[in-house]
Design a protein around this ligand. Structure first.
Ligand code: ADP
Ligand code: MG
Length: 768
């Protein structure tokens, strides 16, 4: 069986203007050990013949057999395999990779040697053989024509393939070197099939075993000069069918390793291109990062709507008939259902935020913080836990650090309206998604509850008629706080007003409604003096307290707004002290608040307990119970959610498009090199892995940049204010996203690169 057999092979070149015959009716058969010299005039089809044999160009007619196997049905991948297995090619026009050194060029062809050191040693040996040792580290672009060709020959020799094809290999070498090279070729191809196209037959005459003359695309003559040495028949087929499966697996491992090495090589070989790629990746990664942090707040859209402030293990209870649950009763309930803690008046948890103010650079800044109860978010970074009623521990996002201090408190007093509250400590979060919270003492919490109750619910009327609020929407916990009037014995009115009232003949009962003017409502009367001023205007003794029987008692701590128009049509405004107001609120809450919270180990426990309580007739709602949004709310939620998702998606798409566009420009510069590698028979898989490796390497600086930005955000409160802190999983998502994006782009490039024949890519774009 012949190693290589051509049967009636024909190749026609069809272009727009004309049809050229490359070769026609070629019948040739080659064996191992032959040294075939092919000669012929320029344009006779020698190169075409070699290209067909090498599998770099397709043939239209006839059949090419390799080890007896037909090849006419081969597609690109099969030709790649074919080249890898059988062909080494020495080109006429020095196809070496300019960006790689001589050593790297030769090493490319030595991928079958697994051990990297052995590979290097062999490469150096071959380089020495072609006389290029002094140029080992030189880049291809820096070599002379002769040196390039020697490199190519060294490379061709490096590949352990049964067929070596050389198209005018010595065309650019001086005669002395040419002879040396031919000798070298002969020497290393002893048991191989060596086909050399040459216009200088004398040069090879001494060594060639056969001479094929081509004329006008056809074989003119085919003469044996010397018989090849007799070891050819002893050759076994190049591949061993039995071991194919086992070797496939090790092939894959080998290819992976080679691909990684090649990827690194091509990455470092073109530093400017790689830098450009890195830059692209940095832009892409930081871009996605930016989009993610900016759309971070949109994430809250997807958070569940809990009926109550969700706290792990919290259950909200009330009774079916709306009785007030006394402290005693609550203790019993807590014990019965195994709660670890309870809170009798829990309205503050659900109604809101403590609304603090503090002076900053000449104006007032505001801080909204959720009062927390029982929850401990960890030890303060600065200071201690609160111990007094008017003290607070703040849990703040790190962006507040610049204002509130890093190692010591820069602000130690904060005001809740006019009530001064001392900050005892702060704990920071590296997360701007966390809302500020504040921790009071138990007593402080109760006080805050009362104040919050007065401030947020009373409006200006002391007739505190409280309607239902969010927490009771679904559960029928309506009217937990009833209307109430200021007890008559606690009403404070100025002397003058008292006189007016007496003159008008009005009588005071406990149901008389006054408008309470609490300190913070000062701004309604912004042309009027503050509390202190009132006090000065009236003098302490101008303030009176009405008692039940209508007698007035002077008091120091309350003032009254002096002007209130016509008493018959306006309710009088009364300014009362926060102390009193708080007292009233606490009393009212105590007497009428019909809801309470119980705290269990966790939500699972809470659910179990709630079920048991419901079975016993309570209304019990675990705090992670969601309420159904109304139709309108639901639709708005979906629309805004979709809009944000769309923006995010479009932004990412744009980035992907951008990276793809730029990197395919970079691909153009790369095409020729890839074609050379392919023509050398480097497995597609290796090139593919190399391309992925190169792109992945380009991603590394981008990820480092992101880590740097993350660290910056993590450590700099100022940055933290601009860029939302992302969670570890979000960083992971960005990394995975970028990798996926890169894989997709690389895959597209690989497809494009391998979609065309080697010859076409070798010729570059103008051949298309
Ligand atoms: P040689 O190598 O013997 O000089 P070639 O094999 O390069 O000759 O060319 C053989 C014939 O095929 C010539 O007529 C040449 O013009 C034609 N030919 C070669 N390559 C192409 C091509 N890519 N497109 C069109 N015609 C081609
Ligand atoms: Mg030619």
């Amino acid at each position: 069986m012949a190693l290589l057999q051509l049967k009636d092979i024909g190749k026609i070149y069809v272009s727009e203007s004309n049809v050229a015959v490359g070769i026609r009716g070629v019948n040739l058969s080659f064996e191992r050990g032959e040294f075939v010299a092919i000669t012929g005039k320029s344009g006779s089809g020698k190169s075409t013949l070699l290209n067909v044999i090498s599998g770099m160009d397709t043939y239209e007619e006839g059949e090419l057999f390799i080890e007896g196997q037909p090849t006419s049905h081969y597609l690109q991948p099969e030709w790649e395999d074919y080249r890898e297995k059988y062909i080494s090619f020495i080109f006429q026009d020095y196809n070496i990779i300019d960006s790689l050194t001589v050593l790297q060029n030769v090493e490319l062809a030595l991928m079958h040697i697994e051990d990297v050191k052995a590979r290097r040693a062999r490469a150096l040996e071959l380089i020495d053989r072609v006389g290029l040792t002094s140029h080992t580290g030189h880049k291809g672009s820096k070599l002379s024509g002769g040196q390039k060709q020697r490199t190519v020959i060294a490379r061709a020799l490096a590949k352990d393939s049964p067929i070596i094809l050389a198209d005018e290999p010595t065309g650019n070498l001086d005669s002395h070197t040419s002879e040396e090279i031919i000798e070298l070729l002969k020497e290393v191809s002893e048991d191989k099939l060596l086909i050399v196209v040459t216009h200088n037959f004398e040069q090879v005459e001494e060594h060639a075993t056969r001479h094929v003359r081509i004329f006008d695309g056809a074989v003119e003559s085919d003469t044996v000069i010397h018989a090849p040495e007799a070891h050819t028949e002893a050759q076994k087929p190049h591949t061993d069918g039995k071991n194919k499966k086992a070797s496939k697996k090790s092939d894959r491992k080998k290819n992976l390793k080679n691909g990684l090495i090649l990827g690194r090589t091509i990455f470092t070989a073109k530093p400017r291109l790689s830098l450009f790629l890195c830059l692209l990746m940095i832009i892409g990664t930081l871009g996605i990062f930016l989009i993610t942090t900016l759309s971070g707040e949109a994430g809250t859209l997807f958070e569940p709507n809990y009926m109550f402030r969700h706290m792990d293990g919290r259950v909200v209870i009330t009774t079916q008939n709306g009785e007030v649950i006394s402290e005693e009763k609550l203790v019993q309930i807590a014990e019965k259902y195994g709660a670890k803690d309870y809170l009798r008046i829990d309205s503050l948890l659900d109604t809101g935020s403590a609304y603090f103010s503090y002076p900053h650079e000449g104006y007032d800044r505001y801080l909204f913080a959720y009062p927390i109860y029982g929850e401990d978010f960890g030890k303060p970074h600065i200071g201690t836990y609160p111990t007094k009623e008017n003290e607070v521990l703040l849990y703040l996002p790190i962006s507040y650090q610049d204002e509130f201090g890093k190692d010591s408190l820069l602000i130690d007093e904060i005001k809740m309206k006019d009530l001064p509250i001392r900050i005892t400590g702060i704990r920071y979060y590296y997360d701007n998604n966390i809302v500020p919270s504040c921790l009071f003492t138990e007593e402080g919490f109760r006080t805050m509850t009362a104040i919050e109750y007065i401030l947020n619910r009373s409006s200006t009327s002391v007739s505190l008629s409280i309607s239902s609020d969010g927490m009771s929407r679904e559960q029928g916990l309506y009217g937990i706080i009833p209307d109430f009037d200021i007890p008559a014995d606690k009403i404070y009115v100025s002397d003058r007003y008292y006189k007016q009232l007496i003159a008008s003949g009005a009588s005071f009962t406990s149901s008389f409604h006054f408008n309470a003017v609490y300190h913070h409502f000062d701004y309604y009367y912004n042309d009027e003096p503050t509390v202190m001023h009132f006090k000065r205007t009236f003098g302490d003794d101008s303030i009176v307290i009405f008692s039940e029987d209508g007698s007035a008692v002077r008091s120091k701590d309350v003032v009254m707004k002096p002007s209130f128009g016509n008493t018959s049509s306006y309710s009088p405004d009364v300014l009362i002290s926060d102390e009193l107001l708080r007292e009233i609120a606490e009393e009212v809450l105590e007497q009428s608040y019909k809801q309470a919270s119980l705290f269990f180990e966790n939500d699972a426990e809470a659910h179990r307990a709630a079920e048991a309580m419901r079975a016993d007739g309570y209304i019990a709602v675990p705090s992670d119970t969601e309420y159904e949004p109304g139709a309108e709310e639901a639709i708005m939620g979906v629309i805004s959610g979709l809009a944000i998702a769309l923006v995010w998606f479009v932004a990412i798409l744009f980035l992907a498009f951008f990276i793809n566009l730029c990197s395919s420009r970079a691909l153009g510069a790369f095409k020729g090199d890839m074609a050379i590698m392919r023509s050398m028979g480097i497995p597609v898989q290796v090139i593919r892995i190399a391309m992925y490796t190169r792109m992945m390497l380009a991603l590394i600086p981008a990820f480092l940049c992101m880590v740097a930005v993350a660290v910056l955000i993590f450590t700099s409160p100022a940055m933290n204010e601009f860029f939302l802190y992302l969670y570890a999983w979000q960083y992971a998502a960005i990394v995975i996203g970028m990798i996926l994006l890169t894989v997709m782009i690389t895959r597209k490039q690989v497809r494009r690169l391998f979609g065309e024949s080697v010859k076409k890519s070798l010729k570059g774009d103008n051949a298309q």
